[in-house]
Design a protein around this ligand. Structure first.
Ligand code: NAD
Length: 360
């Protein structure tokens, strides 16, 4: 298969972790005989320095030409006081818009070697394996009218939560298809006891479910879901929800894994002719200025993002599973980065990436 990938390392530890993730991609391509074409582009603070804008036209063009995009992280402390349009993070919002990615997928799984790093008791977190599917381009964050009007005691802030049937339908289908490849269980999260958007959400999910009779569907109110994620996280397989609920629940899910450096994510859009999804893959963490340039960052979030890319954008399940197995093997070896609090001398970013390549 031809794998045509754009890499946007970005800022801080973004360059370090994507470096290791690309090494893993090269090993996979060599082992399974895929043709790998990697281009590199500018995004975020580094792009502002070199071109004056966080999302240069060249990057826009390259992102539309690529089969999939691997991103590191954006953000530099020197831009903390800059106006919003001149901040590196704008690059992130713009590339998501450009690529039309409407669902954010966050796999959350526990690793035996990291059980003690989780804030939950071992027996609660051991065996957790879920994926949160968050609608990414609708709902409260984008709805109009919005803004602050009036003055004095009449000053008013307004946001609008709104969803169309089409927006709910497409993300629901994506979630059902993912469920089909997993344990065939989908939980839809809403607030249908109070919100009309949630009532429409539930109605559309039920209608779409009729085309997926092999999947067990249940519904849960968002407040109860927040509670169940810490009381009984193993009950979840695929969790489907709207934008703001997903924003909050996915961060709650994130802590189950033990370290932010472990977490991959995928933002996915339209299906291509070959059945694969357009995708933007990135670790959940930021540019971590406090450890940038020190060869200390945990590259597993970025390497896990490569596994997600192989699976969702290229349909290469065997290769993705091999990358995940290799990461688990390295974790079990105990020679891991400092954030995972290993017993002996911590491994560097490069040593960790190298160990994953060897294990594959
Ligand atoms: P952060 O995720 O960069 O760091 C939070 C803490 O986690 C830090 O102590 C850091 O050292 C640690 N950490 C993060 N990733 C790690 C890894 N892979 N290995 C080991 N330790 C890791 O969040 P922050 O400090 O709030 O933000 C720093 C910058 O990143 C800001 O400019 C912010 O806007 C940006 N940011 C970008 C993204 C993104 O690009 N998707 C996401 C979040 C924050």
């Amino acid at each position: 298969m031809n794998l045509n990938i754009l890499v946007l390392p970005g800022d801080g530890i973004g360059t370090e972790v994507t470096g290791e993730a690309v090494k893993v991609l090269r090993v996979v391509a060599a082992k399974w005989g895929h043709q790998l074409t990697i281009r590199e582009g500018l995004l975020g603070g580094v792009a502002i320095h070199k071109t004056g804008t966080p999302f240069p036209e060249e990057t826009e063009r390259l992102s539309l030409e690529a089969d999939a995009v691997l991103m590191g992280a954006v953000g530099l402390p020197e831009f903390d006081e800059a106006p919003p349009s001149q901040r590196p993070e704008i690059g992130l919002l713009k590339i998501r818009q450009t690529m039309g990615v409407y669902a954010n997928l966050r796999p959350v799984r526990s690793y035996k070697a990291l059980l003690d790093s989780s804030p939950l008791k071992n027996h609660l977190v051991d065996g957790v394996d879920m994926i949160i599917v968050r609608e990414l381009t609708g709902g409260l964050y984008y709805g109009t009218p919005r803004g602050i009007t009036g003055s004095g005691l009449e000053e008013r802030g307004t946001n609008t939560m709104t969803y169309t049937r089409a927006e709910i339908d497409r993300v629901t289908r994506m979630a059902f298809e993912l469920a089909r490849k997993r344990r065939k269980k989908l939980t839809s999260v809403d607030k249908s006891n109070v919100l009309e958007t949630s009532q429409l959400w539930r109605k559309v999910v039920i209608e779409v479910s009729k085309e997926y009779n092999d999947i067990a569907l249940d519904h849960i109110l968002v407040d109860n879901c927040a509670m169940q994620l810490v009381l009984n996280p193993k009950r979840f397989d695929v969790v489907l929800t709207e934008n703001m609920f997903g924003d909050i629940l996915s961060d709650e899910g994130a802590v189950l894994a033990g370290s932010i450096g472990m977490l991959p994510s995928a933002s996915i859009g339209a299906k291509k002719a070959n059945g694969a999804w357009t995708g933007l893959y990135e670790p959940v963490h930021g540019s971590a200025p406090d450890i940038a340039g020190q060869n200390k960052a945990n590259p597993f979030g970025a390497i896990g993002s490569v596994a997600a890319m192989l699976e969702y954008s290229f349909g290469l399940g065997e290769e993705a599973a091999a990358v995940n197995r290799a990461m688990e093997q390295v974790l079990n070896s105990g020679h891991v980065t400092a954030d995972l609090r290993p017993a002996g001398t911590p491994a560097t970013t490069e040593q960790t990436g190298e160990a994953v390549c060897q294990a594959i």
